[in-house]
Design a binder for this molecule. Structure first.
Ligand code: ATP
Length: 373
């Protein structure tokens, strides 16, 4: 976390008031990440920092275009053409050796070849639209078995391990699933297959980018439960990206709310959802499927976020903010600790005085069902 400390009072020391870093080694540490698009011409992600501890789930939430995918693809070393990390550091905790992705390695500096070693072993990933990541001409068991065989397992061992993994992600009749082609499985089953592939290298970090967005609400709830179970059972660190705060609230211990490429609020999810400190978070809560459906006031937040490079000098949300004053548009607003909270920060001049509304009840409109794992 990197909230900008407030100005010290006259006569007091300038000790930064940033929230303390957790004592345990982070599974992932992102520090001061800046990402440019258009071959370096435009900054689309600015100064994003966060840690994820082993066994912890952190959510990145924001509307389309807020910078979630640029951030998570940077963590995965998968930038699109013309996109680059222009500043910052990304490090994985855990192993203290000089292998790619060890605690001391800045992942930003890795070569493509080194990234290939890190992805699949240290970091697993699942995305939206699982069908497009699987070869329609091969059984899903073979597609999971091939990376296992590359790691030295015999054909029989790879089959046994694949069946175990399919069982671990809650697929019924895993032997039959093993011998099925992608078109023979439902969207939810395919997403479980991809989760099995993602965890097959025993990674410390699982990145899920809109992994449940294409699924119907019941299956979405089941897959979210599965991610939570994997985190709890295997101590996986989870980075969950979603446009829907309800999805993040289901699984994540902490949340970062992104707007126009900047973190505008961060903190423990339950606290942020119950009492948002930024008007954008409040607006996201109104459109999320959180709480009772009849409390949803808006289908979308009015207005549009600025395109990268077009925001004015003040708060980037000010043009859409019902609480904005002239002061909000005059100067950049730093991310500052939220008073009387432990690990929360917000980028709003007025957060201490605004009567922002949160969602206190955890009434779940996605009809959670137990996952058979
Ligand atoms: N390859 C690219 N070239 C130019 N601009 C890009 C590129 N990728 C992303 N952008 C711009 O950067 C901003 C952030 O994009 P990003 O994909 O990270 O948003 P997002 O929050 O993940 O949204 P979505 O949910 O729609 O994927 C957007 O304005 C987008 O148009």
């Amino acid at each position: 976390m990197s909230p900008t400390p407030p100005e010290p009072e006259p006569g007091r020391s300038a000790r930064p008031a940033r929230p303390a870093r957790p004592a345990r080694a982070a599974a992932l540490r992102v520090e001061g990440l800046h990402v440019t698009v258009g071959h370096g011409r435009t900054e689309a992600v600015r100064d994003v920092s966060f840690d994820i501890l082993p066994g912890e789930a952190v959510g990145l939430v924001g509307e389309s275009g807020s910078g979630k995918t640029l951030t998570c693809r940077s963590v995965l070393g998968l930038p699109s053409p013309g996109v680059a990390v222009s500043a910052g550091r990304i490090a994985l905790g855990g192993t203290a050796n000089d292998s790619p992705g060890s605690a001391d390695t800045d992942l930003v500096a890795l070569t493509d070849r080194q990234w290939q070693q890190v992805r699949g072993t240290r970091i697993g990933a699942v995305f939206q639209d699982p069908g497009s990541y699987l070869n329609p001409a091969l059984t899903v068991g073979r597609q999971l078995g091939e990376p296992l065989r590359r790691r030295g397992l015999t054909r029989a061992q790879a089959r046994r391990r694949a069946v175990e993994l399919f069982e671990a992600v809650g697929l019924h009749d895993p032997e039959r699933v093993h011998d099925s082609y992608p078109h023979e499985l439902s969207g939810g089953m395919l997403q479980r297959v991809l989760i099995a592939v993602a965890i097959s290298g025993d990674p410390q970090l699982l990145v899920a980018d809109e992994a449940t967005t294409a699924l119907d609400t019941v299956v979405q709830a089941e897959v979210l439960d599965l991610l939570g179970v994997l985190r709890d059972r295997h101590g996986l660190a989870l980075l969950l990206v979603s446009h829907d705060l309800a999805v993040v609230a289901e699984v994540c211990d902490r949340v970062l709310v992104l707007y126009a490429g900047e973190v505008v609020e961060e903190g423990p999810t339950a606290e942020v959802v119950a009492a948002p400190a930024h008007p954008y978070t409040e607006a996201l809560l109104r459109v999320a499927a959180l709480g009772r459906r009849d409390r949803r006031e808006l289908a979308v937040i009015p207005g549009r976020p600025p395109e990268p490079g077009t925001a004015g000098s003040g708060c980037r949300f000010a043009p859409r903010c019902e609480y904005a004053t002239t002061a909000c548009t005059e100067q950049a607003v730093p991310l500052t600790p939220v008073p009387r909270t432990g690990r929360r920060a917000a980028r709003c001049l007025r957060s201490a005085e605004l009567p922002l509304t949160g969602v206190r009840e955890r009434t779940d409109v996605t009809q959670r069902t137990e996952v058979p794992v």
